[in-house]
Design a protein. Structure first.
Ligand code: PBG
Length: 334
């Protein structure tokens, strides 16, 4: 036969050697679980997100206790808001007795070690389903106001901080909101509350199942005047520079698996930690393919999340957090 001097396969010849050579790891401590919380006592399965629930506050506390026992110690809270509490301004968003402040207080008193992150944006609270305040023109066209939106987002963030949130996660993509939120939090003595910026949030089709879960799809127009164009990567670097100057504690890219180049580019440019959001559509694609029997759910989900880590994400927001943490624990026990 011929002479082959260099044989990369030597580094793959046994499970033990493969483990020594492994460049990237995935563990429960890298995961953040997005959770939906609603008024009342029922925990309702979400049709568009199999395995996920709209939790009551007590259901949420129990599920977070289970997550912590699996090694997942951070959750991101989203409000499910009944239609009768929605208005044009989304004013329920800054009600100190609203569902999110109530949930934060319950979690912090039952599970003080849990890190509680909260979503800041108006879409679940607004009849328009937009993340900011909407101005309607006589010809029927609309504008999403920037500076006015930031003002109310500050009010929302302060109600979360007052209730005990550890990390505020503004998902609205308004310009300058990190600097203004930072100043608003500091002015009220919340200099310990962190800001995770949705730095590169794309106007993606893959948020569909999430909007189904919250009934928060935009009623008019789309989100293209504030969320980023999927065609752009340099623009994400510009957003990252601004967020970092404005005082973000860490950055986030969303969606994740279709935007691995963006995660890698941010990783190369920024010194800040980077999160990636494996969004509802990415989760549902794997769940549906697995339900039809054509994909191995466990292998596909673990591979998707590991590859997000390989691209450079320090942490991953994923609906699969409880399953993944349980699978990782099983593997470690084998
Ligand atoms: C809105 C928000 C969205 C998601 C998180 N926050 C949807 C949107 O921008 O319309 C999507 C999350 C997902 O799809 O999993 N503030």
């Amino acid at each position: 036969m011929f002479d082959i001097p260099i044989r990369p396969r030597r580094n793959r010849k046994s499970a033990s050697i493969r483990a020594l050579m492994r460049e990237t790891t995935l563990s429960a401590s890298h995961l953040i679980c997005p959770m939906f919380v609603q008024e009342g006592d029922s925990n309702d399965p979400i049709e568009s997100l199999p395995g996920c629930y709209r939790w009551s506050i007590s259901g949420l506390v129990d599920e977070c206790r289970r997550l912590m026992s699996l090694g997942v110690s951070c959750v991101d809270l989203f409000a499910v808001v009944p239609d009768e509490k929605k208005d044009e301004h989304g004013s329920e968003a800054w009600n100190p007795e609203g569902i999110v402040p109530q949930a934060i207080r319950a979690l912090k008193s039952a599970l003080p070690e849990l890190t509680v992150m909260t979503d800041v944006a108006l879409d679940p609270f607004s009849t328009y389903g937009h993340d900011g305040l909407v101005l309607e023109y006589p010809d029927g066209s609309i504008e999403i106001l920037n500076d006015e939106s930031i003002e109310v987002l500050c009010k929302q963030a302060l109600t979360h901080a007052e209730a005990g949130a550890d990390i505020i996660a503004p998902s609205d993509m308004m310009d300058g909101r990190i600097a203004v939120l930072r100043a608003a939090l500091d002015a009220e003595g919340f200099d310990d509350v962190s800001l995770m910026s949705y730095t590169a949030k794309y106007a993606s089709a893959f948020y569909g199942p999430f909007r189904g879960a919250l009934g928060s799809a935009p009623k008019f127009g789309d989100k293209c005047s504030y969320q980023m164009d999927p065609a752009n990567a340099r623009e994400a670097l510009r957003e990252a520079e601004l967020d970092s100057m404005e005082g973000a504690d860490f950055l986030m890219v969303k969606p994740a698996t279709l935007y691995l180049d963006v995660i890698a580019a941010l990783r190369a440019q920024s010194k800040l930690p980077i999160a990636a959001y494996h969004v509802s559509g990415e989760y549902l694609m794997i769940k549906s393919a697995a339900a039809s029997g054509w994909l191995d759910e466990r292998k596909a989900m673990l591979e998707a999340l590991l590859c997000i880590r390989r691209a450079g994400a320090d942490m991953i927001l994923t609906y699969a957090a409880p399953d993944v943490a349980a699978w990782l624990r099983d593997e470690a026990g084998q």
